[in-house]
Design a protein around this ligand. Structure first.
Ligand SMILES: Nc1nc2c(c(=O)[nH]1)N[C@H]1C(S)=C(S)[C@@H](COP(=O)(O)O)O[C@H]1N2
Ligand SMILES: [Mo]
Length: 507
């Protein structure tokens, strides 16, 4: 005697929800990144071949993380539904099945870089809860009633009660986990009320003429700033326990507390940061006002040895590492260890307590968040996270330009309809932007005022052609004289090239 198919499937599903709920609840307290579904997703990211990762970033953008976690959850639920379906006829198989799901989580947690054994506990608990739940539920109606005749109404009530209890476990686990997460987020929000030191060297004010009307904001708000990293759960670092170690091939290694770091002389600069994964015309670029300790100050303090050619930075997040040419942090550009963004303490998502920033280099070779250690070393001694995954070792930001107004397929109207956008070539500066309509001759766009060579530059162009449907293409020339090449390339391994193109209608 077994319940009907829908009941068996529901039993499998609530067992899985109770299991993941217990696991996520425990993880919320121990380490949010160790929640069963999250560790499995993180390990998949690590193991994924580069083309798959590239596809995910390109297709799902910053939604790639929820989509990945959601996919893992769906697979787990489908398997759980199947196990529920067979649980009354093949209890042992079902119970082994659900314990294997837990085991997948335990293994995923154990193989994470920098894994602590504690990280396996949430998946272990999930496995145990899943086994108990499915085992109990699948015994409900198969036990013959003592009288010898099974009363289906009683059995159904017992089954409902079992499912109810399991659902409560699921709700308490998931709900408790969410609550703890919110408390953590709120308490780290409090840190933003910390007062930052004033810079020894303040940012120059941005010329008003750098911002065109009706265009993308020249300065990107912190909320609107793109986010790219491998972290599925935003690290929230307790600053009291945090230190920054600076060592490697130096005369006097140094370990700084947050207070000590804030005590060093600071500079404040507006800098445009760009991601290597930005497609032509893409959104992974933004400009913020950064406050930090210049690398030149750090280099003076520790005494960097002569044959150093690489700055190897370590993150607290999953052992992420990054390589930056020593030349780029010592040649006088505004490379820094950042503690403030847009006048506030660096937010958790952007790398609190400290991150790196090196103008002119893509984020993956310069902008390490949740910074923990800076090691002065050599390229022949250390290999970074993305280098091991075949991305370029040396990756200066490529000259790029983008049409922001109008949006592709939108209309323009009026006497003098305007196309407008941004162009960037950090460290070199933008010399010229040109527009081409329907593949015709290139025509110069009008450049907005320049705010500095480490910042993007806005441009506008008055469309004087006939009404109807048209295409517009843009290309920029940097101050070294190099013009963006036409040939489209992929973002892998060193950034996308090619001209951004849109279609628009002149009414
Ligand atoms: N710890 C850590 N730092 C990181 C990354 C990461 O995955 N982990 N991604 C880098 C990349 S690829 C970019 S483009 C920038 C993005 O910084 P943002 O998220 O503050 O915009 O951070 C860099 N720093
Ligand atoms: Mo990036």
């Amino acid at each position: 005697m077994q319940p009907s198919t829908p009941w068996r499937i529901v039993a499998g599903l609530v067992a899985a929800l109770a299991a993941t709920g217990a696991g996520h609840g425990l993880a919320a307290v121990l380490n949010p990144g160790s929640a069963p579904l999250i560790v499995i997703a993180s390990t998949l990211i690590d193991a994924a071949p580069t083309p798959a990762k590239e596809f995910a970033v390109r297709t799902f953008g910053t939604a790639d993380k929820p989509i990945l976690i959601g996919s893992v959850a769906i697979v787990v639920l489908i398997v759980a539904a199947l196990l529920g379906h067979i649980a009354w006829r093949r209890r042992t198989t079902a119970v082994i099945g659900i314990s294997l799901l837990g085991a997948v989580g335990v293994v995923a947690a154990a193989v994470r870089p920098n894994a602590s054994p504690v990280d396996t506990l949430p998946s272990l608990l999930a496995g145990v809860v899943g086994v108990i739940a499915l085992d109990r539920l699948s015994r409900v109606v198969s036990t013959p009633a003592p009288s010898g005749s099974v009363d289906p109404r009683v059995s159904r009530r017992a089954l409902l009660a079992g499912i109810g209890v399991t659902a409560v476990v699921a709700a308490v686990g998931h709900g408790g986990g969410l609550l703890v997460g919110q408390v953590r987020a709120a308490s780290s929000e409090m840190r933003r009320r910390l007062t930052l030191p004033r810079p020894a060297s303040a940012a120059k004010s941005i010329p008003p003429g750098a911002q065109l009307g009706g265009m993308t904001p020249f300065s990107t708000s912190t909320d609107a700033f793109y986010r790219v990293d491998i972290a599925l759960v935003t690290p929230r670092i307790a600053v009291e326990d945090w230190t920054l170690t600076i060592d490697g091939m130096v005369d006097t290694p140094l370990t700084l507390s947050y207070e000590e770091l804030l005590g060093l002389p600071m500079i404040e600069r507006d800098i445009t940061l760009t991601c290597v994964s930005n497609e032509v015309g893409g959104p992974y670029v933004g400009t913020a006002r950064w406050l930090g300790v210049p690398f030149t100050e750090i280099i003076k303090l520790v005494g960097v040895q002569d044959d150093v050619d690489q700055v190897f930075s370590h993150s607290l997040d999953q052992g992420y590492t990054c390589s930056t040419p020593y030349q780029a942090v010592s040649d006088g550009r505004d490379a820094m260890i950042v503690v403030g963004m847009n006048g506030e303490v660096l937010p958790d998502k952007n790398g609190f307590p400290a991150r790196m920033l090196v103008p002119g280099l893509f984020g993956f070779v310069s902008a390490t968040k949740w910074l923990d250690r800076i090691e002065f070393t050599r390229y022949d001694r250390r290999t970074a996270y993305w280098t091991e995954r075949d991305w370029a070792t040396d990756a200066p930001i490529l000259t790029q330009s983008r049409i922001d107004v109008p949006k592709s397929l939108a209309s323009i109207t009026g006497e003098k309809p305007v196309l407008a956008g941004v162009a960037w070539a950090q460290q070199r500066g933008i010399a010229k932007v040109e527009i081409r309509i329907d593949g015709g001759p290139w025509q110069p766009a009008t450049l907005a005022d320049e705010a500095g060579i480490d910042l993007w530059r806005q441009w506008s162009f008055v469309y004087a052609g006939p009404p109807g449907r048209h295409t517009a293409e843009v290309r920029a020339t940097d101050k070294s004289g190099a013009t963006q090449p036409e040939k489209r390339t992929k973002v892998f391994p060193s950034g996308a090239q090619g001209w951004h193109q849109i279609q628009f209608t002149k009414e």
